[in-house]
Design a protein around this ligand. Structure first.
Ligand code: PLP
Length: 290
């Protein structure tokens, strides 16, 4: 038997100012966000009762909404409190929080309503993003035919639901080919990220990560950069070519859901989980549990 579908679980979801029983947190079929992709969201992990980088995530929700021209009627501080209230209502201490804001049923059509965005926050227990047994030897990636778009074609700095169509296509194709996830290049052919996490590589003890100029500058990415500075690991942000990645000593991914996940294989090339990956992994675990 598969997992219980998300609309049939028990608990509470906060929607537009009210803590609703889980099964009542519904939207109408004629919802702008569903038909035209006007929805932005966040993913936040809480460890030992504390949501990690909570304010940074809710600030990004506001920023993402602003990029799509949507107005959220709740301040970042209010959203932080709502997240804590949702965790308490569901009696969860280690959880994944999902705030989202979307355009509703006020108007249908490409032109969108001026009405403030609808807002909801859910949370649930979510274990490791990738199978835990793969964490030791690293996950496998395969290069996707889908690329991260030119920022002139899509609001790439927004964590906008519509952009995830590309990631879903890439991830499903990678899984069908027997890989854990997709390696995505950008519209220029530079290495970008996976379907749902940022990418780092190590070469000769130097840490490299792509410049996030057409994909999300992840909050975990920024945390890992700060940890690398603390550990006096040299870090270079640059446009990375595919052959540079293939010649790397170590590769890993970062993201709220993925946390810090080593990569053990990209297509025909194997990587070992090396000392810098292990060191940063340990530092990240300590930071989220602090
Ligand atoms: C496409 C994509 N890139 C990067 C990230 C990493 O972002 P963060 O570390 O803020 O979770 C995520 C996860 O949210 C993502 O979905």
């Amino acid at each position: 038997m598969g997992a219980i579908p998300f609309d049939q679980r028990d608990g509470f979801i906060w929607v537009d100012g009210k803590m609703l029983p889980w099964k009542d947190a519904n939207v109408h079929f004629l919802t702008h966000g569903l038909h035209y992709g006007s929805c932005v969201f966040e993913g936040i992990r809480a460890y030992n009762g504390k949501p990690f980088k909570l304010t940074e995530h809710n600030a990004r929700l506001h920023k993402s909404a602003g990029i799509l021209g949507m107005k959220i009627d709740y301040s970042v501080e209010q959203l932080d409190q709502i997240c804590r209230d949702v965790m308490a209502a569901n009696k969860l201490t280690d959880a994944y929080l999902r705030p989202a804001a979307w355009r509703g049923s006020e108007l249908m059509g490409i032109a969108s309503s001026e009405a403030p965005a609808h807002v909801a926050v859910a949370c649930w227990e979510w274990g490791k993003y990738f199978p835990p047994e793969l964490l030791e030897k690293g996950i496998s990636l395969t290069q996707s035919r889908w690329v991260k778009p030119d920022p002139r074609s899509a609001p790439t700095e927004s964590k906008a639901a519509g952009l995830y169509m590309i990631g879903t296509l890439a991830k499903n194709e990678a899984a069908a080919a027997g890989y854990t996830d997709a390696l995505m290049l950008d519209w220029r052919g530079y290495v970008a990220e996976s379907s749902g996490a940022n990418l780092f590589m190590v070469k000769d003890n130097v840490l490299y990560t792509p410049i996030p100029d057409c994909f999300l500058n992840g909050i975990t990415r920024q945390t890992v950069i700060a940890l690398a500075k603390e550990a006096a690991i040299k870090l270079v942000e640059k446009h990375i070519q595919l052959d540079e990645l293939m010649g790397a000593d170590e590769v890993f991914l970062t993201g709220t859901a993925a946390e810090l996940t080593p990569v053990g294989k990209i297509d025909g090339r194997d990587y070992t989980v090396g000392p810098i990956t292990r060191q940063l992994h340990k530092m990240y675990e300590d930071a989220v549990n602090a």
